[in-house]
Write a new protein. Structure first.
Length: 169
């Protein structure tokens, strides 16, 4: 069985499904909040023209998922599987953002749990790249069990911390 980078995943609080072109306006409504990006290396992603590039790359990645609140069907954010490496038994989860009203609790945890559970059917290790200045995301990684194992440049060449979660034994 090959790794499905765009599964449909359902939890108690949110669902994840493949990102589609027609999701742009609903997802941009979330992403247009400048505070979401204030600690992110791409601080101007709240601007529509910048977000259009991010959205296009997400669609082209073949691994982007949109997050939807289970109780009201509202779009609340997005995440992505990337860089599946069968030989290393590893995949990256990243490009995650949520509306501020969903920060600090169950939604990010459930999103990552759903994605990790799916990933661990195919790999032994999941990595996350977090910007060195992004303290909020670093704390979120620690909350869900991520262990900082080093650093390396991200796709944009910026130094990022590498967090890892390994499959339960």
């Amino acid at each position: 069985m090959s790794f499905d980078l765009q599964p449909i995943l359902r939890g108690e609080f949110l669902g994840l499904r493949p990102l589609r072109p027609e999701d742009f306006h609903d997802l941009y409504a979330v992403a247009s909040d400048p505070l979401i990006w204030e600690q992110h290396p791409s601080k101007d992603r709240y601007k529509e023209e910048v977000f259009k590039g991010f959205f296009r790359e997400a669609l082209e990645s073949g691994g982007a998922l949109i997050a939807i609140d289970s109780k009201d069907g509202q779009v609340i954010g997005s995440s992505r599987f990337h860089g599946y490496d069968k030989e290393k038994s590893e995949v990256e989860i990243g490009w995650t953002f949520l509306a501020r009203s969903y920060w600090g609790g169950i939604y990010n945890r459930e999103m990552k749990q759903l994605m990790l559970r799916h990933a661990f059917q195919f790999v032994n290790s999941v990595i996350f790249l977090v910007g060195a200045q992004n303290l909020r995301s670093q704390r979120a990684m620690e909350k869900i069990g991520g262990v900082r194992v080093g650093s390396r440049p991200d796709a944009g060449g910026r130094e990022s911390f590498v967090f890892q979660i390994t499959a339960p034994t």
